[in-house]
Design a protein around this ligand. Structure first.
Ligand code: ZN
Length: 309
């Protein structure tokens, strides 16, 4: 019996071992295949998630720039609104009624938002007519544009600050944010020109309705540092989109000159404002024909403030 069993074992043993090995191999294969499928599924999931995340980031950033654009537009509108004389509207006329019939004693040409691709052209025109301008500049990372700060100062024009970022939602978010931005543009201008900037102009003006923090908080920061801020009393209208035609800029800049003892005209030094550059020679010629001096801001300038307590 024992010998027969031994024989049977010897005869079937290898087959059994072989069979068990095959079964083990197949099970292992199935197991590996299943794990592979799981890994694939997980990878797909990860890819899907990261694509979604990219999409989400894109959406958030496009939303951010839309908010920026909107706040710029609101700022521009509030500028325009701040210049409308309420009393004059009540009297049935949009323009303030002036009793002055004489020309202003001095005119200031002020250029906001530069430096830009147009700064050199503006400087060339001012040089050609022998007049000095007033540049309220913002910050830039471009070395080429930073050279413009120096050229403005070197050629005897007035260089003032107009914030570093010009982003209303950042600058006006808190007194700390405003101060940080002010420090940034201040040190950049001092570093490049070696001179103290001559003043400040609030993005959107001192009576903008964009800031949720009362403007007097920011005015206090400037006062503490002895920095004078300037608004304007004549709007060339070149901030509009689409770009205002040259003729309209000339008309806006000149038609109200008689209203003021000193006229401070607001222009924009932005690369897409080419009609401003085109309008400038005729504006200067018309003012010079009336013998009105076009001058840089100094200690004797009548300071225009829109903000009222
Ligand atoms: Zn501006």
């Amino acid at each position: 019996m024992r010998v027969r069993r031994l024989k049977q074992l010897l005869l079937f043993g290898p087959y059994v071992v072989f069979l068990i090995s095959i079964i083990l191999c197949i099970s292992l294969f199935i197991l590996v295949a299943r794990e592979n499928r799981r890994i694939d599924a997980m990878q797909e999931e990860i890819e899907h998630l990261s694509t979604n995340q990219d999409g989400l980031i894109e959406k958030v950033s496009s939303l951010g720039s839309a908010v920026d654009e909107l706040s710029d537009a609101v700022g521009a509108i509030s500028n325009e609104l701040s210049l409308i004389d309420i009393g004059a509207i009540e009297g049935g006329k949009v323009r303030p009624v002036s009793t002055r019939t004489t020309w202003p004693t001095r005119v200031y040409l002020t250029f906001d938002d530069g430096p830009s691709a147009n700064t050199e052209k503006i400087l060339d025109i001012l040089d050609e007519y022998g007049v000095k301008g007033n540049f309220f500049v913002v910050g830039t990372e471009s070395e080429n544009l930073r050279r413009m700060y120096k050229r403005i100062v070197d050629e005897g024009h007035v260089l003032c600050m107009h914030s570093y970022s010009h982003k209303y939602n950042e600058i006006y978010s808190s007194v700390d944010a405003f101060t940080e931005d002010l420090d940034k543009i201040h040190s950049l201008l001092v570093e490049v020109t070696g001179q103290e900037p001559a003043g400040y102009r609030f993005p959107g003006g001192s009576s903008n309705s964009v800031s949720r923090i009362p403007m007097k908080e920011f005015i206090k920061v400037l006062d503490e540092r002895g920095i004078t801020y300037y608004d304007w009393n004549i709007v060339s209208g070149d901030a509009t989109n689409p770009m205002l035609p040259k003729e309209k800029i000339i008309e806006n800049s000149l038609s109200d000159l008689c209203e003021f003892e000193e006229a401070m005209i607001l222009f924009h030094d932005l690369s897409n404002k080419t009609s401003t550059v085109e309008a400038l020679p005729e504006i200067i010629e018309a003012i010079q024909e009336k013998d009105i001096p076009i001058v840089p801001i100094d200690d004797t300038t009548i300071v225009i403030h829109h903000y009222t307590q």
